[in-house]
Design a protein around this ligand. Sequence first.
Ligand code: FES
Length: 128
Amino acid sequence: MNTVRDLLKTSGYSARAIKYYENNFNVGRIENPDAHFTYTGPCGDSLEIFLKISDVITDAKFQAIGCVGTFIFGSALTKIIIRKKVKDCENFDEIDLLKHVGEVPEQKKHCAHLVALTFKKTIEQYKE
Ligand code: FES
């Protein structure tokens, strides 16, 4: 019988992408976040990002009503940005996420855009 891991591997997800999906790093919410934004993409998937920020981003969590891709890229995003300065994340985009995660099926690449865009809007909200 195929495991979820086998199915993801056969579908074209990298080992790193599968690790993010299996571990669900940083899924959850932060009470009293310094920045928070919810965005629903054209596909109908929604992502909510919470950040705690002092000098650097000290914590990042997300919740999603979405596909495998939202969880893979959401977990990857939070792992990447924690301990970074906000100004060092301002140009972060889906290309960075795709490079970090490695291979994903072509039809899932747009999920990186949803995550990167929601993060960008979360940072904009913080700066306002
Ligand atoms: Fe909508 Fe993945 S299908 S973000």
